[in-house]
Structures are given as structure tokens and as C-alpha cells.
Design a protein. Structure first.
Length: 307
């Protein structure tokens, strides 16, 4: 069987996503260690800081009977000029799978091209597919949606920077046919290539997608999702971004416009007082930290599916 990679949510179809979610829920309910990956090693290349992704993938591999191998980019020969092609070929002979968190999405695509083992995108500048799977799992769990059809009745609103997390939420909503609204300042709306790709799937799935700068579109939301305004690599824009994004802060007043059953999500880390107030963060800690926990269960499902 040829190997399959998870570089983008678009690498998955509706049936695969449904199967991954079903497996994640099964693993969460049983919470049993498995021995399926005994003798297998998962390489994890991190060019950016990570807490939830690094620990959840490490714990997931251990709980499935395998060994995670942390590969800091600073300590790899790529730093001295070794090509991605040569690195991928060599790592393929040692490992059973490769998880990569990097700045450039094209680097993950190149790893996947030359690797003989599955490559999983653990975050790039373009997408964060593993996060979006845990997000959908959490929304289904907390809103009692048993199927994708049930999920289509939930109004999901992402508010803030159109970053990699927003891109993957848009992508998974387009694939599954969900009701998804992305609210962001005009100059930070998704780029044309991101929107064009989503449009290809929206025409098939009949997803209700809205891309807007109008904060009032949060009205009647069942899910409000936000993320940091200053993603890794954009620290030099901090002052300007904070000024532009402040009207889009998730706070008590904003949430008055949402539905009575609304939950708040944040992929973390959160900068309290910026994209979300401490008051809201604490009030909705259950949904936010359930979302964080679900990274472990969805990660185990991903590893079982791809490895």
C-alpha cells in the first residue's frame, strides 16, 4: 500500500474525516494503551516552539506502543545546508512516520515528496490540519452532534487573524459542508489562493461559508473561536496588529450577540487581554481545555490512520 501524507485538510475526504473523528471518540472513551506501534519510531521535527502539538504527539505515540523521537531543527544537519530531499530519504530509513512543524508550507510538501514514510503537518505558515480535526471533535462533543449532518446545524464563527488555524477551519468546513463564518479585518482576510481552493469544495459540499469584516456576523453563533493576533514569525508587526484587531476581541459584550448555547474555543496559547479577555477565558475554560485535551485523542487517531 502506498504511503499517505497529511499535509493539508484537503488530503482527506469526508469519509476519512468521519472515520478519524469516530476513532478519536472511541479512543477517548476507552482511554486504553495499545501496543500497535511496538518497535516503531515517530520522528518529530520542530522549527517553531510547541506545547500541545509536541506533547500530544509524543504521548499519543507512547500510548500506542511506539517511541517519539524529538528532532530539533537546530541540531539537524539541515542547519549546515543538507537538502530536504537528502534528509527525507535518510529519515525514511530510520522512522515509521514524520511529524513536522515548520515556517514554510512548501518545506512540508517537499518532505512529503521525497519521504518514503508518512509525513504529517504539525503546523506551517499556511495550515494546521491536526488542530482543525481536534476542533471539530470538540464542537461535536460539546454540542452533542453525533454525525456530520448534525454538525451542519451548528453555526461556527472564527474571529481574528486569518492565520493557519483559520485556513484549516475554512478548509475542513468547505470539505464537510459546514456553516462557517470567518470574521477578520479587511486587510487580514484570507488570501485569494486560500479562498479559491475552498470554493472548489464549497460547490460540491454546499457549505454555508461567509468571509467578512463585519463583527455583527457573530450573531447567533453556537461556537466562537479565536487565536492569537501575532502568530510566530510576525512579532515585528505586534504594535500595529494589536491596534487593528482590538475591536475583534472576544469579550463579554461581544458574546451577548451569540446563541444561548454558545461555546468559546481557543487553540492556545492565549494572550489574555488581547484576542480574548481573562474573564471569558476563565468562564469558558471547560470548552477550551477540552479542546486542548482532544488534541491527544485526535492525534492518536491520525497516527493509527497514517502509520
Amino acid at each position: 500500500m502506498s504511503k499517505k501524507d497529511l499535509v493539508s485538510i484537503y488530503d482527506l475526504g469526508v469519509e476519512e474525516i468521519s472515520a478519524l473523528l469516530e476513532e478519536a471518540f472511541r479512543l477517548k472513551s476507552k482511554k486504553k494503551y495499545l501496543d500497535v506501534f511496538k518497535g516503531k519510531a515517530l520522528g518529530m521535527v520542530f522549527e517553531k516552539p510547541s506545547t500541545r502539538t509536541r506533547v500530544s504527539f509524543s504521548a499519543a505515540m507512547i500510548q500506542l506502543g511506539g517511541l517519539p523521537v524529538s528532532l530539533e531543527s537546530e541540531n539537524l544537519q539541515r542547519k549546515r545546508g543538507e537538502s530536504i530531499q537528502d534528509t527525507a530519504v535518510v529519515l525514511s530509513s530510520y522512522l515509521s512516520g514524520l511529524v513536522i512543524r515548520t515556517f514554510r508550507h512548501c518545506d512540508i510538501e517537499e518532505f512529503a515528496k521525497y519521504s518514503k514514510i508518512p509525513v504529517i503537518n504539525a503546523l506551517s505558515d499556511k495550515e494546521h490540519p491536526c488542530q482543525s480535526l481536534a476542533d471539530i471533535m470538540t464542537i461535536m462533543e460539546l454540542h452533542g452532534a453525533k454525525t456530520i449532518e448534525d454538525l451542519k446545524k451548528v453555526k461556527i464563527v472564527y474571529i481574528g487573524d486569518s492565520n493557519n488555524v483559520a485556513n484549516s477551519l475554512l478548509a475542513i468546513s468547505a470539505v464537510l459542508g459546514l456553516n462557517f463564518t470567518l470574521v477578520s479585518p479587511q486587510q487580514y482576510l484570507p488570501k485569494k489562493d486560500i479562498l479559491d481552493k475552498a470554493s472548489e469544495y464549497i460547490s460540491l459540499s454546499k457549505a454555508e461559508i461567509k468571509i467578512t469584516s463585519d463583527i455583527d456576523e457573530i450573531k447567533d453563533a453556537d461556537v466562537v473561536y479565536t487565536d492569537v493576533w501575532i502568530s510566530m514569525g510576525y512579532e515585528n508587526e505586534k504594535k500595529n496588529r494589536k491596534r487593528i484587531f482590538m475591536p475583534y476581541q472576544v469579550n463579554k459584550e461581544l458574546l451577548k450577540k451569540t446563541s444561548s448555547k454558545c461555546i468559546v474555543l481557543h487553540c492556545l496559547p492565549a494572550i489574555r487581554g488581547d484576542e480574548i479577555t481573562a474573564e471569558v477565558m476563565d468562564k469558558y475554560r471547560y470548552s477550551i481545555f477540552t479542546q486542548a485535551e482532544n488534541r491527544l485523542h485526535s492525534q492518536k487517531a491520525i497516527l493509527l490512520h497514517f502509520l
